[in-house]
Design a protein around this ligand. Structure first.
Ligand code: GLU
Length: 881
């Protein structure tokens, strides 16, 4: 069995081998000046052979490296290729040498596939050029200039070749009267274009059409940036279809309007896959290879080879097939299949990486689509497509105000805003990095993110400007001018201003504000309260002074009450000698001194050997003891917390206390909204504060940062906005906000008065608030970035506070109510005893009552003579209590 399998496998291998060796080999030549082309030629042919391994033929690549301008060398290469029996020739890369080659290939009838830019219309029969028609491309740029409504433009070109390419643009001047100013990139010192760029800078025009080769494009743009014409005032149209392969990152935040076109997307996956194989062959270092995107000429070459292969495949499968012929340049012989192949290529429609390839009856690729690309902060973006056949531009997003004559929706946000910011934490910072950053990339912070989020919603571009003096905006009444970022808006140096910019009525009169993106109020930044060392009289701390006073008052009053009750209550008058059955007088244990002693004994929970006997004294004692129970329990509990928690002292608790003391200095940001709040406020406290800060200009700071430093190092309190206080206290754990907010207001984005952008910006801000984006950014910049939450880990110290009357008032109330009830009870008790006595003796009740009360008010007498009737009553009462 195993033997059989072995035989089968061997036979199969033999067949495959036989197939390989019996394959017809067609040689295809190439003359390239660009190593990328040579590598692409090899990669694509290898791929095609591999994918079509079952076909009875294979293609052998015969690439030649020739220099760009050397026609002789190219001719020699072609002749040697013809001798090798090539069935087609790719290249050359340059139009300089191609004319020479056209005639040879036409004579020998060898198909020649080219990919370079060619303005000529008269084409040789055997030549196929895959490059889109140069005139059709120019037509697009003419349309673009018209659509942008440019009535003047600078045409910046490289050399004669590029001048030829843009020749069709002259139509702009002839047909539409566009004023064209031609400037050539410096030729004398190659690589340095600053001179001409500088001269452009001095011109009043800022619409530039740049036509140059891809090899110098990046340098030209960098030097344009260096001389200062890469700003939002300038608009560039770049005609090179390889614009997408240039690293445009350094320019994407500058706000320059850069538009261009492309035939294919070099970032497409199929393209990048082939490109990485080309890079492997070229053995470039990874960093270099990663930066190299596939250029148009390489993509066209790849499509050309694939088309050529398809045609050869079809012809080879016909009964007559293709016969190879070895030709010599000096002979007059020609190849009989060449014209057929060339015609077949021209007659086919093919979908390659440069999209649909179709030739017109002249063999020119004139039916194609171009992507309109525009540089944004996210890089080069496709914003539309130009169709050469219909001559129409379809926009892929709501965009483009200048395309007014294209009947597109008008979008006022199709522009670059100059956004002025103040570098103040956490609203805007310079990025902390060792990399050299340029443009908007240099900044980060809350406001930077807000602008970015708004741009995502509204589709505008932006470039940041910095207000170096850190001023937000104050109206100088003597010069009648605004300074700070508000001044920049009024002077039209900036379109938008965003920072901790408080919306105030004064500023509202000068500029427009969006709805607030953050709410806040003025408060005080000061050091956290310090713990005080325990004092000798710590034991008094659990109760506030008022409670101590009330406790003393309660003690005295209750003692008096018990004394009174003792005298009034008949039951408190007792036989001093119980062994004498008929005493001559009674004594009362609740003398005034004893009453005091009895009450204090209860208060200190020690007792006093005095036992109340009547209902009233017992009731009063009960309430007193209940009162003591609660008071002692509260005292003990609060004392425990005073002993375990260190007491914190705040020298002031609010703006009023701060303004009334002199020890702690205070100030605010100079000419900011906070200072102006005190200036304009009518409150006496606020006026006191304003008078103080006006009298002490040295206490005012230029920036919040300075105020923070003073709070940390001096005995100084800083009046500032709660949002910034919150940011500071997250990072400086020794500092805290003291007191609440003095007012309520918000930060907004400022723009010039009657700005058309205000409503849409406000709506977008509200949308960001509704979707939680603003909250997310607040958490990011307050609690996460740059040391956020440093202080949230430190435990908030609990504080012990003395118990005030509010805390224990109820117990006092119960006590007083109890004592009063007991007093009333003692009167009733007395009255009842007299009533009973009068019933027995038939005495007058009121007379007896008067007598008793007269005795009662003789407070000194603690001994009561016994009247006969008293005896009987007392006997009857015995055991009553
Ligand atoms: N937000 C203030 C302003 O817009 C600056 C800070 C302050 O005054 O506390 O002027």
């Amino acid at each position: 069995m195993c033997g059989n399998w072995f035989v089968i496998i061997n036979l199969t291998l033999l067949c495959v081998e036989a197939n390989v060796y019996s394959k017809t080999q067609y040689r295809v030549g190439g003359t390239f000046s660009d190593p990328n082309h040579q590598a692409a030629f090899q990669v694509v042919i290898d791929n095609l052979n591999r994918d079509n391994w079952e076909k009875p033929f294979e293609i052998i690549a015969e690439p030649f490296n020739v220099s760009y301008y050397n026609s002789l060398e190219t001719r020699r290469a072609i002749c040697s290729l013809l001798e090798k029996g090539v069935i087609g020739i790719f290249g050359p890369s340059s139009s300089h040498t191609s004319n020479y080659i056209h005639s040879i290939c036409d004579n020998k009838e060898i198909p020649q596939i080219e990919t370079h830019y060619d303005l000529k219309i008269d084409r040789s029969f055997c030549v196929v050029n895959l490059h889109p028609n140069a005139r059709k491309i120019s037509e697009f740029f003419v349309h673009l200039v018209r659509a942008y409504n440019w009535d003047r433009l600078i045409i910046l070109f490289e050399d004669n070749e590029s001048l030829k390419r843009i020749a069709p643009l002259l139509e702009l001047n002839i047909e539409y009267g566009t004023h064209l100013i031609f400037r050539q990139l410096d030729q004398e010192s190659p690589g340095s274009y600053r001179e001409v760029l500088n001269s452009i800078k001095k011109m009043p025009d800022n619409n530039i059409l740049l036509e140059c080769s891809i090899d110098i494009l990046e340098d030209v743009l960098i030097q344009a940036q260096q001389v200062g014409i890469m700003t939002e005032q300038y608009k560039f149209i770049i005609t090179n279809l390889d614009l997408s392969t240039v690293n445009l990152e350094p320019f994407q935040y500058g706000g320059t309007n850069i538009t261009g076109a492309r035939l294919f997307d070099p970032d497409d996956t199929t393209v990048t896959e082939i490109n990485s194989k080309i890079m492997e062959i070229l053995k470039l270092p990874k960093e270099v290879a990663d930066m190299q995107k596939m250029r148009l000429s390489t993509a066209l070459l790849i499509d050309g080879i694939s088309m050529f292969y398809e045609v050869v495949k079809d012809l080879a499968s016909t009964p007559s097939g293709i016969e190879v012929q070895y030709l010599e340049c000096k002979d007059t012989d020609s190849w009989k299949y060449g014209l057929t192949i060339a015609n077949q290529i021209k007659g086919r429609e093919y979908n390659g990486i440069t999209r649909k390839i179709r030739f017109d009856f002249e063999g020119i690729r004139s039916d194609f689509k171009l992507d309109l690309v525009e540089l944004s902060t996210a890089g080069l973006q496709k914003v539309g497509q130009w169709d050469t056949t219909t001559k129409s531009l379809t926009m892929s997003r709501k965009y483009v105000a200048p395309f007014l004559d294209l009947d597109l929706d008008f979008n006022p946000f199709n522009r670059t805003f100059r956004v002025v910011v103040v570098l103040t934490a956490p609203y805007a910072f310079l990025k902390e990095t060792t990399d050299q950053l340029t443009g908007n990339d240099r900044y980060e912070g809350f406001c930077i993110d807000v602008i970015q989020e708004l741009s995502k919603l509204l589709g505008y571009n932006y470039t940041f400007l910095v207000q170096h003096d850190g001023k937000n905006g104050n109206f100088n009444r003597s010069t009648n001018r605004w300074d700070g970022v508000i001044g920049q808006i009024i002077d039209e140096n900036a379109d938008l201003a965003i920072t901790d910019l408080t919306i105030t009525s004064e500023r509202e009169n000068a500029v427009d504000f969006t709805s607030p993106f953050m709410n806040l109020g003025i408060s005080i930044l000061y050091k956290k309260p310090e713990p005080v060392p325990p004092s000798l009289f710590m034991f008094t701390s659990p109760f506030s002074t008022s409670v101590w006073v009330m406790l003393g008052v309660a003690y005295i009053l209750v003692s008096i009450a018990i004394f009174i009750m003792g005298r009034l209550s008949p039951s408190e008058w007792n036989n001093p000698y119980p062994c004498i059955e008929e005493p001559e007088y009674y004594v009362n244990q609740f003398s005034f001194r004893n009453s005091l002693w009895f009450t204090i004994g209860g208060l200190l929970q020690q007792g006093s050997e005095l036992a109340p006997a009547s209902i009233s004294t017992r009731t009063a004692s009960g309430f007193w003891w209940f009162f003591i129970l609660i008071m002692v329990a509260s005292y003990t509990a609060n004392l425990a917390s005073f002993l375990t928690v260190s007491t914190l002292v705040t020298p002031f608790k609010n703006i009023d206390e701060l303004s009334k003391q002199t020890e702690i200095k205070y100030g605010a940001k100079k000419q900011g909204a906070t200072e102006n709040f005190f200036r304009d406020s009518n409150g006496t406290t606020h006026q006191r504060v304003y008078n103080y800060i006006k009298a002490h200009p040295e206490l005012m700071t230029a920036e919040n940062e300075e105020g923070l430093k003073r709070v940390e190092t001096e005995n100084y309190a800083f009046l500032m906005e709660s949002t910034t206080i919150e940011y500071i206290t997250q990072r400086h754990c020794g500092l805290a906000q003291v007191g609440g907010l003095l007012d309520h207001k918000g930060y907004g984005i400022a723009m010039k008065r009657e700005s058309p952008y205000r409503n849409e910006l406000s709506t977008a801000i509200i949308k960001l608030q509704e979707t939680g984006v603003i909250t997310g950014l607040k958490i990011k910049w307050w609690k996460e970035k740059r040391g956020g939450s440093t202080c949230s880990a430190t435990k908030k110290q609990s504080e012990a506070t003395p118990l005030d009357l509010q805390n224990v008032g109820g117990v006092f109330l119960v006590l007083f109510v109890g004592a009063i009830l007991a007093l009333i009870g003692s009167f009733l008790e007395l009255a009842f005893r007299i009533y009973r006595k009068c019933q027995m003796t038939k005495d007058d009740f009121y007379h007896q009552l008067k007598k008793e009360l007269e005795f009662f008010i003789q407070f000194k007498k603690n001994i009561k003579e016994l009247a006969p009737a008293d005896e009987d009553v007392s006997e009857k009462n015995e055991g009553g209590f």
